[in-house]
Design a protein around this ligand. Structure first.
Ligand code: HAS
Ligand code: CU
Length: 544
């Protein structure tokens, strides 16, 4: 199915904002590493935590959200057909709400009125306009979700009894996860942060805000990851000349993410008081359950690679490996993402282990963890997608030259991220704290062991910025200067097309029912406990 001009335009504006955001936020990130390693000092009008907030909000909330919606619009238009005018209009309303929210948040951060980091933890208090900006961003995504989900439902109506297109199914599953997850942050912003920031209430229940935040904050990371999985399951097999290992397995893994990704937020609060050990233990068990769909994904991908490599004549135990198209950035980038995800996932399992969490929590280990997960695995996969989707949407082609620069760019990114995150992981184990500007502690012996690693953050960070500049240059070329043509939108076929995909996988009421039951079990009693037994709330702090 060809993507119509109107749908391509909706998708493209999202990508453009995403690319601008990652470049800008990348520069802020570099400044942070330079400050922490004491290579530069900031002028008095600029505050380290202000830059940290800008970097976190723009990378984690802005770049990802815009990229993901750009990708969803294109994927759904391609696999399920053109959006209706009403749906497309909803997409545009979503875009403008997101953009007004983004501008408002950026202004508040630039004015130093919202230096509360991307998790906006109470009792740090921002201007109410910052929370309004967050609310606008979330409401914007609801319009986008409406467009995607209603296009999928329309497809079902148009094709009674048929299996829905896998890409559209995956986009819908990711959005179902998102819609349920955002309930937590919407509740915190509407009922706690806004009344408190406007001064209508004197205090805020800190434990409750954090619990509601992490109810949202963990599934948020799968909102970033699942679009990358879409590319791994559906596009990468096509690019390597292979097939989708199993349509059912792919759908089932997405369902498992919906079920298990939400009732697990306590693994971010293992060291917080006010939640009893039993509930933390229960949510840690569910956290281990959410590892399963990633392991299923790893298994399916290995098989896809092996089958494709052997069909191309790869012999012996590992001969198939050499047959993969290493010179094609559309493959190499997501492959690097997978490779990075092996240690990154292992790090996540360490974090989730209650006892080990005591060592790593609030250290730069955690910063290292999320830089190789979202900044590594997810970002390089998104680079890989960009290299074919932008020329596809613009009616151009990915030239050999741009492909080559793309390879340098992704490798440079992986190396930079590897250096920076490894150093973060190690110095975190040595006790180096996160969210902190000054870590020299007057030359204290323990603190002095972190210096060399902080230098490595700066070296890695510099490579990352060079990589981003290359990325944006290639994309400008692909969008405006590359030769006209028809770049492929890769969608693989199934290995066993005759295999029936069971209808229950499409039974959303069932999955939504189960996930609400799990959420109810995992959260009701601890939240009642937090509401009834918390110490007096905080009136808030502005330290900057
Ligand atoms: Fe995490 C903290 C646990 C995954 C992001 N995480 C964070 C934060 C972020 C984040 C942003 O339990 C910090 C939040 C903050 O500011 O405080 N995380 C996990 C676990 C997983 C996990 C158990 N995280 C992610 C992903 C993220 C992300 C994905 C972003 C996209 N995380 C935690 C915990 C904390 C945490 C604690 C709190 C720490 C604290 O104390 O504050 C799991 O989902 C990981 C499962 C993954 C795997 C890997 C499967 C491998 C695959 C690749 C296959 C490779 C192939 C290549 C096929 C088990 C699928 C073929 C290779 C050949 C050689 C041929
Ligand atoms: Cu988590």
């Amino acid at each position: 199915m060809k993507i119509s001009q109107l749908d391509a335009r909706l998708s493209l504006v999202h990508f453009y904002v995403a690319f601008g955001s990652i470049l800008f936020a990348g520069l802020l990130g570099l400044v942070q590493t330079l400050v922490r390693s004491e290579l530069i000092t900031l002028p008095s009008w600029l505050n380290y935590y202000q830059i940290l907030t800008g970097h976190g909000v723009i990378m984690a909330l802005v770049f990802t959200t815009y990229f993901i919606f750009g990708f969803f619009y294109a994927s759904v238009a391609k696999s399920a057909g053109e959006f209706t005018n009403k749906q497309r209009k909803a997409g545009w309303v979503g875009f403008w709400l997101l953009t007004i929210g983004l501008i408002l948040a950026a202004v508040m951060i630039a004015l130093n009125e919202a230096t509360v980091l991307y998790t906006f933890y109470a009792p740090l208090q921002a201007s109410p306009f910052f929370y309004i900006a967050l609310a606008l961003i979330i409401i914007g995504t609801y319009f986008g979700a409406y467009a995607v989900i209603s296009r999928y439902r329309l497809w079902k109506k148009e094709h009674p009894g048929e299996k829905t297109p896998l890409l559209a199914y995956m986009a819908v599953a990711t959005l179902v996860l998102w819609l349920i997850a955002t309930i937590g942050v919407v509740a915190a912003v509407l009922f706690q942060f806004l009344p408190w920031a406007f001064g209508w209430t004197d205090t805020i229940n800190v434990a409750l805000t954090r619990t509601l935040f992490w109810y949202f904050g963990h599934p948020l990371v799968y909102f970033w990851l699942l679009p990358a999985y879409m590319a791994w399951y559906v596009m990468v097999p096509k690019i390597i000349g292979g097939k989708i290992f199993s349509d059912q397995l792919a759908r089932f893994s997405f369902v498992l993410f919906i079920l298990f990704s939400i009732p697990v937020g306590f693994h971010h609060q293992l060291l917080e008081s006010g939640i009893s050990e039993g509930w933390k233990f229960f949510q840690v068990i569910l956290t281990f359950a959410v590892i399963l769909p990633s392991l299923m994904t790893a298994f399916a991908l290995f098989s896809t690679f092996e089958i494709a490599g052997r069909q191309k004549g790869g012999k012996g135990l590992f001969g198939w490996f050499k047959k993969l198209p290493w010179g094609d950035v559309r493959f190499l980038a997501p492959f690097l993402g997978m490779l990075i995800f092996i240690p990154a996932g292992a790090g996540g399992i360490i974090n989730a282990s209650h006892q080990l969490n005591q060592i790593v929590h609030n250290t730069v280990w955690v910063t290292g963890h999320f830089h190789i997960t979202v900044g590594g695995t997810v970002a390089v996969t998104f680079f890989g997608i960009s290299y074919w989707i932008i020329p596809h949407l613009k009616g151009r082609i990915l030239t050999k030259k741009m492909n080559k620069i793309g390879i340098y760019q992704t490798v440079l990114w992986a190396v930079g991220m590897g250096i920076m995150s490894s150093a973060m992981h190690i110095s975190g184990l040595l006790g180096n704290p996160r969210r902190t500007q000054m870590t020299s502690y007057n030359g204290h012996e323990v603190a002095s062991s972190w210096g060399a690693y902080e230098m490595a953050h700066a070296v890695g960070g510099s490579l990352l910025v060079i990589s981003l500049v290359l990325f944006v240059i290639v994309l400008i070329n692909l969008a405006y200067f590359a030769p006209k043509g028809n770049e492929e939108f890769p969608i693989a076929e199934e290995l066993n097309p005759t295999q029936q995909t069971p209808n229950w996988l499409e039974n959303w009421k069932l999955w939504i029912g189960i996930v609400f039951a799990l959420i109810f079990i995992a959260y009701t009693l601890p939240i009642i406990d937090i509401i009834n037994n918390s110490p007096p709330g905080s009136s808030g702090f502005k330290y900057w």
